[in-house]
Structure formats: C-alpha cells, structure tokens
Design a protein around this ligand. Structure first.
Ligand SMILES: [Zn+2]
Ligand SMILES: [Zn+2]
Length: 314
C-alpha cells in the first residue's frame, strides 16, 4: 500500500451531471463510541459511516467509523471508492483497518479529510495505526489508501461536486456538501453550537448555511438532549432542536438526526425524534427522522419528496 498526498483536481477537470437521484445508506449512526445490548437493537450501535451511491459512480463514503467495517462485509470483491472524512476522532476512523476489501491488493481508497494543524493527514493516520495500539501499520494493508488534505475547498469527485467547510467542534472538523445525481446532501455529524468559549449558542454560522443551503437531505449532529447539552456544552455537539433550526434556516427538505449519544437507547431516540419532528412542524421546517443503522434513503432529484426505502441493506 502506498501513502501519499493527492492533488485535488480543479473544477474544469471533471464535468458535473444530473441523473436520477442517489441512494444513501446508514452503516453506523452512533457518536463517541460504539455500543451494543438489548436497548440498541433498532437504531444500532456502530459509529459514524454513511455511503452515497449514484448509478455509474464509485461509492462515496462519509466517515470511517465502525460502521465502515460492516459496510465492507457487504462489498463483494475489490473496492474502489472515495471517503469524505470530517475529522479524526476515534468514532470516525476506527473502521478503516477492519474494512475487508482493503485486504485485497487491487482495492483502492481515496480519503479526503481535514488538514491538520501539524503534519499531513497521512502522517496522522500513521500515528493512529501502529504498534502498540494496532498490530500493523497502514502501509501493511494490502490495498492502497491515499490521503488528500482538505480545508475550505470546492472540488469534483467523479460526477459529484463537493464543498468542504470548517464547522465548530473540538479540533479541525469539516462538514461536507455533496451534489450528485440531481440531489444535494449535507453531512455535518459533529457540530457543537457554541462549543468555543464565549461563542453564542443562538445562531447558525455562515459556513454551515453555505453547506446546507436548500439541500434535499441534511444529516446533522443531534447528540445531546437540552439537559445534557447544558452540562456537556464543551464536547462540541448539538441538540436535536438546534439541528432542526439549522435545517429550517437553510431550507433543507429533510433532516436526519445523527451521531446518537451512546447512552441513548432506542426508546430515548424515539422520544427525541418525535419531539424534534413536532418542533420542526411548529417552525414550518424540514421533515425529520432519526438515523437508524441499516436505513436506506432513495433520494430523487431535487424538488421531489424524500422517501424512506427498504430498511435492510442489500
Ligand atoms: Zn463523533
Ligand atoms: Zn468528534
């Protein structure tokens, strides 16, 4: 496997096309740490990983949490795809070495992730994955992984048009906007309103609105109840009502509450989703659901309603 920085191609090097929508699959919806047990059977326990697929396009993966390993078990043969990585917290990267297709020499993975304050993204992964923390180093995987350092950029990825912007969290953290198949998706799994000292809670930053403006689907951090947020504000996560507000201000068509707290059982998430939907309806905002491991959304091109697809991954 070769680790190297890859140049981001310019916007004139790939055409953007409109086709027939995308398929969004949720492989891990949990924040902070994976969980298991009888209280987590419906929403699932794996950490952040979502895939976006469009006909004729290589799979686009959003984050490399433990859900990435289960996604890999469903991939047959070699794999060629790209990853949009929001940040390097454990719950967003730990699936990488367990992605079975990378155990084949022919497989390739191109990871676009946040530029670090010191060193490159590839160096950060070399620090993360080595003895004594893990038995092998990234370059010992048979497959080939390349890393691209990203900050506030706009770049093509196959037929997709990608926008990355910094969002408020602990450490360098990106949110992404993806235009593909005639649809637009925003992915902001870790976003703390006011996690910075002295930063007010009651506004939506311009960079976030830029990512979410008029999207067909917004996948947004909703980790804390209001009570939890008051005592964990410094963790850098959102309440469901703040996610609703982002969706409302940006004009998003549908909001998926994401990055569930590991202490939140299925029943608690049911309550959170119901309350958030009611709040959004009162504001005249987006349709709201809570992300569920195994959920697949088939999103038609912009302007038509988003509908929930089969609940089982094929
Ligand atoms: Zn996280
Ligand atoms: Zn995080």
């Amino acid at each position: 496997m070769v680790l190297r920085a890859t140049r981001i191609p310019g916007p004139d090097e790939a055409g953007f096309s409109v086709s027939n929508g995308v398929r969004v699959a949720f492989h891990g919806v949990r924040g902070s740490t994976p969980v298991a047990g009888p209280g987590y059977g419906r929403y699932g326990g794996h950490s952040s990983c979502v895939t976006v697929e469009s006909e004729g396009e290589a799979p686009l993966v959003l984050d490399l949490g433990t859900g990435f390993s289960t996604y890999g078990c469903r991939v047959e043969g070699e794999f060629h795809g790209s990853v949009l990585l929001t940040h390097l917290h454990w719950d967003h990267v730990m699936g990488l070495p367990f992605f079975v297709p990378l155990h084949q020499a022919e497989s390739t993975l191109l990871v676009y992730g946040p530029r670090q304050t010191e060193g490159s993204l590839s160096q950060a992964f070399e620090d993360l994955m080595r003895p004594p923390y893990f038995p092998i180093r990234p370059q010992e995987l048979p497959g080939k992984v390349d890393f691209v350092d990203v900050s506030e950029d706009d770049f093509p990825l196959g037929q997709a048009k990608v926008r990355s912007r910094w969002v408020r969290h602990n450490g360098p953290t990106l949110g992404f906007r993806v235009e593909l198949g005639g649809t637009t998706i925003a992915y902001i799994p870790d976003h703390g309103q006011g996690c910075s000292h002295g930063d007010p809670d009651d506004y939506v930053p311009d960079a976030v609105l830029e990512l979410c403006d008029g999207v067909d689907l917004l996948i947004h951090d909703a980790q804390h109840t209001l009570e939890e947020y008051r005592s964990h504000r410094h963790w850098g996560h959102s309440t469901p009502n703040y996610a609703v507000r982002v969706a409302r201000e940006a004009g998003a068509a549908r909001l998926v509450l994401f990055h569930h707290d590991p202490r939140h059982t299925d029943d608690i998430i049911d309550d959170i989703a119901r309350d958030a939907l009611e709040y959004s309806r009162n504001l005249g905002g987006a349709d709201v659901i809570a992300a569920q491991e195994g959920l697949v959304l088939h999103i038609p091109p912009s302007g038509t309603p988003v509908t929930a697809g089969a609940m089982a991954l094929r």
